[in-house]
Design a protein around this ligand. Structure first.
Ligand SMILES: *Cc1c(COP(=O)(O)O)cnc(C)c1O
Length: 402
């Protein structure tokens, strides 16, 4: 189970201090995922400044990239963010619960017979197909609903969106006014590659079609697109990953602050003799008498098996007592082995926490070991960890001091 431990008030009749209460609540967990809401807000402000005068929205789909949709939405709304994007109606419901005022767009579009659901929570579909548009129009006509929708135009992704030709067919509707379209958008294929020729092609195509949508705000840039420069920013930018600390400019230093810290507990320390192997398959052999910390996190927690250390291939590293230590052996479902031979004796003990993400180990570094991107690392982090939120908007549930 995940719990927002900082948001939970200490019970008033507790004999323990709030800190001790929290410590005892955390003692039951083998992993602690700390999400720094202030860092998310700082990242949003930085993106907003970079994209000025465009509006800076926030993409909070997939549970805010694993960081928690409600606390993240609340923190960003508190900082002044007015427009949010989610992937599904279900996410839109969760977002609306935290965002009484904001505009909320649903990226996956308009499913048949969901008009009432949209109207009920006052959310807007991102329409990416002419059939969807026709069904949405029917719903709006019949119900009198006029909450608005976005039109997604495909400029090269070939995933969602009207073709440019189909979008041209909407121009008379736009010119006639009262069209119900509150945003026109497209999505970049390779925004993180500064020199990809696809960026300029998509920009030209989108700029032309958007210019026909007179009076409708236009949006093209995701996190990386913001860093492609002003021409890509239009009226509204849609960052996701960068809010959560992932580098939007992978060819340069990361301009964003880290957001996530992940610690996991050492549940056993053991000695491994030279020549013995560690873990499934016996793929890692001790080259010296080895001290091994067995840490309670594994691929079921989103710590990918691809990070395993085998004879001849180094795996990921974790930080134990302030020092980087290499994995030893395969990552299993619930456990990893860490070679702590180079630490001073007793620097690490059973019950201590080690750092899997944080203290210089970035989500992007781990993604490299996992053979994937930071997006997949964050959205895979498991449900067995306790969740602690730092900063952000004080929880409404918190009691006023007696
Ligand atoms: C996910 C998504 C974004 C955010 O992309 P990041 O690369 O995470 O900034 C923006 N627009 C659309 C259409 C998306 O699906």
């Amino acid at each position: 189970m995940t719990t927002a431990l900082t948001a939970k008030p200490a019970s008033t009749n507790s004999l323990l201090s709030p800190e001790a209460d929290q410590a005892s609540a955390l003692a039951a967990y083998n992993g602690i995922l700390t999400i720094d809401l202030d860092a998310i807000v700082a990242n949003w402000r930085k993106l907003e400044k970079t994209a000025m005068p465009a509006e800076c929205s926030a993409v909070i789909k997939a549970n805010a990239y694993g960081c928690g949709i409600e606390p993240v939405a609340r923190a960003l709304a508190g900082a002044g963010c007015k427009t949010f994007f989610v992937a599904t109606l279900d996410e839109a419901r969760a977002a609306r619960a935290a965002l009484p005022q904001a505009a909320i767009y649903v990226l996956s579009g308009f499913l048949q017979n969901t008009g009432e659901a949209y109207a009920k929570i006052d959310c807007r579909p991102v329409i990416g197909e002419l059939n969807e548009l026709a069904e949405w129009d029917v719903f709006c006509r019949r119900s009198g609903w006029s909450g608005g929708a976005a039109i997604h135009i495909d400029t090269g992704m070939n995933r969602l969106g009207l073709t440019v030709l189909e979008a041209q067919g909407l121009i008379p509707r736009i010119n006639a006014g009262d069209h119900g379209i509150t945003l026109v958008m497209s999505h970049l294929v390779s925004g993180e590659q500064l020199n990809s020729p696809v960026n300029a092609r998509q920009l030209a195509a989108f700029r032309q079609i958007a210019s026909f949508f007179t009076g409708v705000p236009a949006s093209l840039a995701n996190s990386s697109g913001i860093y492609l420069g002003a021409p890509f920013q239009f009226d509204l930018v849609r960052p996701g990953a960068a809010l959560y600390g992932i580098n939007p400019t992978p060819e340069a230093d990361n301009p964003m602050q880290p957001v996530v810290d992940l610690k996991a507990r050492i549940i056993q320390i053991r000695n491994v003799e030279r020549g013995e192997t560690v873990g499934y398959g016996g793929t890692w052999t001790a080259r010296r008498p080895t001290r091994l910390a067995v840490v309670a996190a594994g691929y079921a927690d989103g710590y990918f098996r691809a990070a395993s250390a085998n004879d001849g291939t180094r795996g990921a590293e974790v930080i134990v007592a302030g020092k980087r230590c290499p994995l030893a052996g395969r990552v299993s479902m619930d456990l990893i082995g860490v070679d702590i031979t180079d630490l001073p004796p007793n620097a690490a003990r059973r019950g201590h926490m080690v750092t899997l993400i944080g203290e210089g180990i970035t989500v992007d570094e781990l993604a490299h070991h996992f053979g994937t991107i930071g997006y997949e690392v964050l959205t895979s982090l498991g449900r067995r960890f306790a969740r602690v939120y730092k900063g952000g908007v004080p929880s409404e549930a918190a009691p006023s001091p007696a």
